[in-house]
Structure formats: C-alpha cells, structure tokens
Design a protein. Structure first.
Length: 207
C-alpha cells in the first residue's frame, strides 16, 4: 500500500478533486483521485520504515514546490539558472533531497545546499527549516520579507512567517500554505498547488 502523500508526489498538482478556490492542478493527482475515491492506493513498492518514507515524501514535495511557485521577475538570470533549496537540519532529508534534485528533468535544474546560519540562506529560493535545535522561529523572523519560500515542520511555523509547512494527517505527510507569508515575501503560489494543500491561510493565525 502507498500513502496518500506518496500518490501526490508521484503525480503532479493537476485535476485534484478538491473544492478550494483557485485554478486546477495537472498529473500528480490522478493517483490522488484514486486515493480519495477508493480510500487507498495500491503499489508494488515495498513498505518502508515510517521515518524513511516521510523523508522521501517531504523531499518530493520540496522539489514540487519549486515548480509551482513564482519569484520576482529579476530573481533568475536565465532559464537555466538553478533554483536553490537550502536545508537547515534534517541530514537524512538532505540526502534524499539531493537524490530528488538530481532526478529533475525538463525544467529548471535544482541545487541543494546545507545551511548552518541564516546568512547561508542568501541566494536560496526555498529554505527548509527543521525542528532539530529549537531555533527555527528565529530563522523565519530573519527571512520574512525576502523572496524565499520558507518551509517549516508544523502549523506553528505558519504563525512565525513560514510560507509552507509540513503536517501529519492520519500518519500521512501533507502540507499547509500561507498566502499572507507568500505575499510578504513577494512570492506567487500556483492555485493548482493550493488545491491540494490540506489548509490555506489567507492571513496569519490570530489576525
């Protein structure tokens, strides 16, 4: 059996039968349609340990985010300039993300960097901030207003300015999105992607 999240990352954000405002997503969601309609997705892939599977799903999502987000027009020098994903914490996820990035074809190349300080995020377009050291809120505060798609590890990250965050729903990795944070960071989020988000925040929680 494959999880709903795995059906999502192996497809693309199109044709998802989710009634949320916005445009429609494309090919990754044929599997999602089956998952929603039948309650499961069959797969010949052997079951993986939960942690390893979650890293694979998150890495797949991070690469997909680069294909369904828009940065200010002067961000990339050319069509071949790579989109850079920075990773703070999460060594196993970093290794999996390197594999996912190397497999990207037919679109802008993806480069992956390991981050140690906020200054290292300069030049990154996506920054994933893990929860390994308890300092993630300071990173979100420091990167607010910069054209960076920041990704956290819980809904609490949204309140601190994350554009996206991973959440667990019924043991499946899903993601939430913040339109308020995206606007503050001058990013566009394709409505096809928003249709398959588990939750979309139009303003910061508490406002």
């Amino acid at each position: 059996m494959a999880l709903l999240s795995e059906a999502l990352i192996r497809s693309d954000f199109s044709a998802a039968p989710i009634t949320r405002p916005g445009r429609r997503p494309r090919g990754w969601v044929r599997g999602l349609i089956l998952a929603l309609g039948l309650g499961l997705v069959t797969s010949s892939v052997p079951a993986q340990p939960t942690a390893a599977r979650d890293y694979e799903v998150k890495a797949g999502f991070l690469v997909k985010f680069t294909q369904y987000a828009a940065w200010p027009s002067n961000t990339f020098h050319s069509s071949t300039t790579p989109v850079v994903i920075g990773v703070r914490g999460g060594e196993p996820l970093f290794k999996q993300l390197e594999r996912e990035a190397a497999a990207v074809t037919g679109s802008r190349p993806v480069e992956v960097r390991q981050l140690n300080t906020v200054d290292d995020a300069t030049g990154c377009h996506v920054v994933y901030i893990g929860m390994s050291d308890g300092q993630e809120t300071g990173w979100f505060d420091a990167l607010k207003g910069k054209p960076i798609l920041t990704v956290g590890e819980s809904s609490a990250a949204i309140a601190h300015g994350a554009v996206m965050c991973f959440v667990l729903q019924n043991k499946n990795v899903r993601f939430e999105a913040s339109l308020a944070a995206a606007a503050e960071n001058r990013l566009g989020l394709d409505e096809r992607m928003l249709r398959v988000a588990s939750r979309v925040y139009k303003r910061y929680p508490g406002n």
